[in-house]
Ligand binder design. Sequence first.
Ligand code: GLA
Length: 432
Amino acid sequence: MPPPTIRRRVVGPLAAVLLCAAGPTAPAAARDAGERPAPGRSAAGPAVRLPDGLALTPPMGFNNWNATHCRADFNEAMVKGIADIFVEKGLKEAGYQYVNLDDCWALPRRDAKGKLVPDPKRFPHGIKAVADYVHAKGLKFGIYTSAGTKTCNVAGFPGALGHERSDARQFAQWGVDYLKYDNCNNQGVDAKKRYTAMRDALQAASRTTGRPIVHSICEWGENKPWKWAADVGHLWRTTGDISDNWSSMLSIMKRNLPLHAYAGPGHWNDPDMLEVGNGGMTDTEYRTHFSMWSIMAAPLLIGSDLRKATPETFEILGNKEVIAVDQDPLGRQGKVLSSENGRWVVAKEMKDGSRAIALFNETGSARTISTTAKAVGLSGATGYTLRDLWRHKSRPSAGRIAATVPAHGTVLLRVSADGKRAGHPPAVRNSA
Ligand code: GLA
């Protein structure tokens, strides 16, 4: 069942076709996915990435949508509160940077000059004041609109189709650093055309302010943006909307995993924003969600109201060893090595030559999941160090990588070849 936001806007047989476009079974991308494009080339062809140097690692930050949808508690106080918490609770220091508004920030009508008007109830001091507040904290600010005549909410807020230049200019003048550009009410205009028009408008607008703007393409994977958007946006949604439950998170994860060959610095697959902390999953499941998003080099956009978050939520979102997997500068998305009977092994090559390994248990009871250093691409050493990124403990291994993983849980490891041991075998072995 597609999430309600999808159901609202695509109806009947068209919906079935559209929703299958990024379907649960291996799409075309999966077939191509075994082949990693040469550095500087995308799997789709020669297009590389935008030349602005933005999003060289997956964007990290906050977006209100999963927490509030269009409710009245999406307002200036919330956004400022999140920026405060980013600083106070060490999330800024952990890498979270963007504080982003989603749908419903505007009034349904443009003004007489065609300008967008912030909703005065939610944002009584306007958008620039909020952006200034966020910037004063050393953070960045993002906003939302749709590549259509109206945004996705039934209230019908104005979209940017046909207004790209003037809306992009308005965003740039407000100090926007990040635009999430949705797909509702697109009038059937070709997606590549619509998103390229906004890319060009953002580039032109940011030339006047000197503030480059991340372009987050949100067309739900309908037109396989991984094949054409590497130089159109910095990230693209690969699926429909996530909801705060296990099956939604899992199905999105399964659709996003096969697309690994298309991700890289400046151009990321986006399996949607985090639900961690919203209450619909257990903390074990949220650790899986966060582990898998990190090993997939997904954008990490917190989607819960941090003003009400539990210590466990902060512990998950603030785990720097897990974040380092997501933010690794090599920019690889992890690949599935095996997934038999719900026992998943996913491996991500890291810049320092180590591998991040997720041992993920999809089943409803504890399972032993195992692989080897050789299978994850490490060999030749006499010993390896397995670092458990949730327990923050290291242990040695001769090459076996295994753990008992609770139901719906993930053991996330970083495995390094032990150079010293390779070069200097332990004394005990010499004397044996
Ligand atoms: C779409 C997007 C969501 C959210 C809503 C807002 O459904 O995919 O992420 O932005 O619109 O209406």
